[in-house]
Design a protein around this ligand. Sequence first.
Ligand code: ZN
Length: 373
Amino acid sequence: MGGDTPTDGSSGTELNSSSSATDGDGNAAECDDVFTYNGGRVDPGESANIRYGISETYLGDPIRVPVTIINGAKRGPTVCLSAAAHGDELNGIEVVREVAHDWDHSELHGTLVCLPVMNVPGFLAQERYLPIYDRDLNRSFPGREGSTSARRMAYQIFTNFIEPCDLGIDFHTSTRGRTNMLHVRADLDNPTVVRLANAFSSNVIIGGDGPAGTLRSEATEAGIPTITVEMGEAHRFQRRLIDRALTGVASVLAEFGCHRESAVHWPGWRVVISDDDEKTWLRADAGGIVDMKHGRGALVEEGDVICTITNPFKEEDDIVAVEAPFTGLIVGVLENPVVYPGNPLCHLVGLERDTRTALEREQRTERSRSELR
Ligand SMILES: [Zn+2]
């Protein structure tokens, strides 16, 4: 935990491209930089919008994921940007779409593989899981041929569009009814993942290798260092968070030499939470209606009342005040203000003094800026 130093924007070194494109017969393709997938290719200097079939509906119609491949004229790493593995988590969709379609990639070194909506059935239903028996696409990677419907879909996405990449960023939001600060989840034991996480320039990085079957952990395991970006709530486009994530993507593309005219961004302060640092989901010990006193991103002191839980009659004797067990930052918080005992209230992470000072300074600046508006 604690602040680390900003990355030098001028370094912009390339990864060694590990993608060796082959044609259908398994022979090496004539150019290393051609992007190939089952049934297609995208040459250097070309882009393609693809609707790639990964399964079929009950009516026998194809289920097709939208994919945009932008193959730069110049050599560089292949970077995957993916979103909506959970079908109702929308913020990342807009991040991926804007990078793919609104940015100028004429000077791109390398290739961008953009998957704005991976879980198409979940997206159509506006649900987190695949509607078929509520399977979690983000526990089904790398997938398998001849297995369950979820694993077959995961397999099609993984083999065609994840495996050819050198790096990945997978965008998520909090689960429905909760919200979280924009933060990165990353395996801090993998040096390239750490470099990627730092380059994304979020204030908060949470360490851990992630559950089995997630895109992030399986891709990293397969030699494609990948981070997850968590941002905001489901079912929304949250412009401020989308803009911060776009800054993060630009910074990553600068760090890995894809967009050499851009600079690596430093967020001003950073807290890196390893597995053994103080962090906890505070859970309700009483059922009731929640009055949350602090929002996402708030700094709370040990003993501060984070929220109260009351019954329908607001009876004084039944009010439960939930206090912060330590001084920290509220990274995630519930939005839907009702709980059963055991339901999560907020995700609190401990902060060291230096980080607190930098955060308090930023919050003072932001307050004075908003007062001037
Ligand atoms: Zn998610």
